[in-house]
Design a protein around this ligand. Structure first.
Ligand code: 4GY
Length: 249
């Protein structure tokens, strides 16, 4: 899979994406990240990429032409008809379902906005999707783009060492992940749950399913409402609710 990133701050992408899993995925040619500097497409001696807003008001607005030209030159050709995603708080809020859908694309083009906003004709001319990573405002779209790339890239088969690891992820089955433990068995008086040491894999699976459901019920009940539960899950949830009521008394 490939990503074209249109940005005014290409250096920001140097660190995070070259480390760990995403770095390895690039070395193994599972992932190709093309960083495109919007400023290279700005005209004039000063290569200006922003300007004052029509209608007045504070702040600067990112100009449309440099972004459009960068896209035209680097992202529109026989080999490339990738969706163009604008990172913005006004987009649809990113979740694992969207991540999964995007990972099925051959490539994605991501535009990182800056300044107080962008000329709306960036939207109307080239953007096909607008995504937000959450209800807060960043100083630019770069960190948001890196979040998107990281989440999407790890869904590409072969990027995670162990193919099973996405299956156990939080959200993969619409539930939060169960608690994990590794050595030592005892740490400052806190013990690893006995069942995990039992070697009984049926019991371990059941415990993990229960803990997943319990965590989701306590921390993210909204996720349970979204999900169609199996008969087994409904039964386990009833037990968990009873158990929690007993503990409250
Ligand atoms: N939240 N999700 C986000 C963001 C920065 C000024 C518009 C977000 O995705 N992007 O906060 N982006 C702003 C900076 C122009 C984008």
């Amino acid at each position: 899979m490939y990503f074209n990133i249109l940005t005014l701050f290409p250096e920001m992408f140097n660190g995070p994406l070259n480390e760990s899993m995403i770095g390895r995925a690039q070395e193994n040619d599972l992932l190709d990240i093309n960083i495109i500097n919007i400023r290279d497409y700005a005209s004039g001696k000063h290569q200006v990429t922003d300007d004052a807003p029509y209608g007045g008001g504070a702040g600067m607005v990112m100009k449309v032409e440099p972004v459009y030209k960068a896209w035209e030159d680097k992202c529109r050709n026989e080999k490339d008809s990738s969706p163009v995603i604008l990172m913005s708080p006004q987009g649809r809020k990113l979740n694992q379902e969207i991540v999964k859908d995007l990972s099925a694309q051959e490539g994605l083009t991501v535009i990182c906005g800056h300044y107080e906003g962008f000329d709306d004709r960036i939207r109307s001319s080239i953007v096909t999707d607008e995504i937000s990573i959450g209800d807060y405002v960043l100083t630019g779209g770069e960190l948001a783009a890196m979040v998107l790339i990281d989440a999407v890239a790890r869904m590409i088969p072969g990027v995670l060492g162990d193919e099973n690891s996405v299956i156990n992820d939080s959200f993969y089955n619409g539930l939060l992940d169960y608690p994990h433990y590794t050595r030592p068995r005892s740490f400052k008086g806190m013990e690893v749950p006995e069942v995990l040491l039992s070697g009984n894999h049926a019991e371990i699976d059941k415990w993990r399913q229960q803990e997943s459901l319990k965590r989701t019920l306590l921390r993210r009940p909204d996720l349970l409402e979204m999900k169609t539960l199996t008969d087994e899950e409904i039964e386990l949830l009833e037990d968990i609710k009873k158990d929690l009521k007993v503990k409250k008394r």
